[in-house]
Design a protein around this ligand. Sequence first.
Ligand code: F6P
Length: 411
Amino acid sequence: MGLENKLFHGKTLAILTGGGDTPALNSSIESIRNRAALLGYKVFGIRQGWKGLLGDGDIIDLTNQPYDAWYGGTALRSSRTNPFPTKKNPESRVPQILKNLERYKIDVLVTIGGDDTNGAAKKLYETEGIPVIGFPKTIDNDLRTRTMHRYVGSQIEAVVCPGFPSAAKGLVELMTRLRTTAESHSRILVAEIMGRDAGWLTGSAVFGGVEMALIPEVEMTKERKEFFFERVKEMYMRSAKKSMIIAVSEGVRWYDETTGKVDVVYASSEVDEYGHPRFGGISGVIASEISKRIGIDARAQITGYYARAGECRNYDRRLTMTLADKVADLLIREDYGKMPVLSKIVKYQELEEFNTGAIDMGDIGNKSLPEVYYDVENFRFTDLYVDFLSHILDKPKVITFDYDFPVVIPE
Ligand code: F6P
């Protein structure tokens, strides 16, 4: 079949990536590009998110280019540029964006992003009639995808966002490694994990064997902190090797004795164009309070970009291809203003288009960790969360070395 006979011959689709990178972005770009090109589209990449549509524009042609889908991050680069007026930047950039969409003759826009990027795309669709399709991404896993999780007769609204599976797998590996150092020094390690205001990613550390976890959804008030320190001491004393790992979300709300307030620990007072401050440092605060309050040597580890960086893992690769199949379906039906999602949580082998759906971009928003996934009393994730995660990751294989050598007493 000649190119000119293809359904969308003569049309151009452009892809952009906005917000924090994930290991699954290149896989998403490649998968969408392949399907759009098959349908006859010329496929452009817009560099640095919305920023690439400002000024003269920064656009590249991806149509027939070799592309490494397994390489993490985004070859299109990313930014947190907001097209709409904000406190930080009161000027609207929408006119520049509209001008460039016209200059580069872009017919359809696919925005790969979280709540911010796709929220802006949705606004452009609603206010300017720009044909957009949103594509989910975030290691935080807090973008509403309406993915249902069935567990022993109950139905839980969960989330599965490309990027999360790879980040979770990386964290499991890291937690497993940290254990040997914690054990060698009889220490408590407080591992701080990204995820902004949601505890989804922190939960993945459970598969790496962490004993306790703190999440942003449950405030650490003065009273709760007392209870927490008691439990830490108890767990540590009970541990065979006198060591433990506590996973804490970067966005944990912690009672500060000096101010008398419960708040997040900020890495900087700067906010981005979507109004988000930068979190960081809670692990240091918790580790030093543990050392002071219960006299056990505790150290902080900020895991930071470890989760976000590196290669795309298998689940994410197939997930992005599956969601891109849904994008092709939306393109064929010219059904814009939608975002493809996994409609139910499935194992790798079942990542197929029939398990996907499309949600209205108007319904996109943040989704925090469901209450049933976290055991408030015991500072742990529940069996329900473990069941959710075991669809995405293999059952935990925590390597242990259980030694109990006889002590030598001099004669
Ligand atoms: O949203 C993804 C994320 O990695 C969050 O978990 C984290 O709070 C934030 O981005 C950090 O962003 P940046 O790399 O821009 O400081």
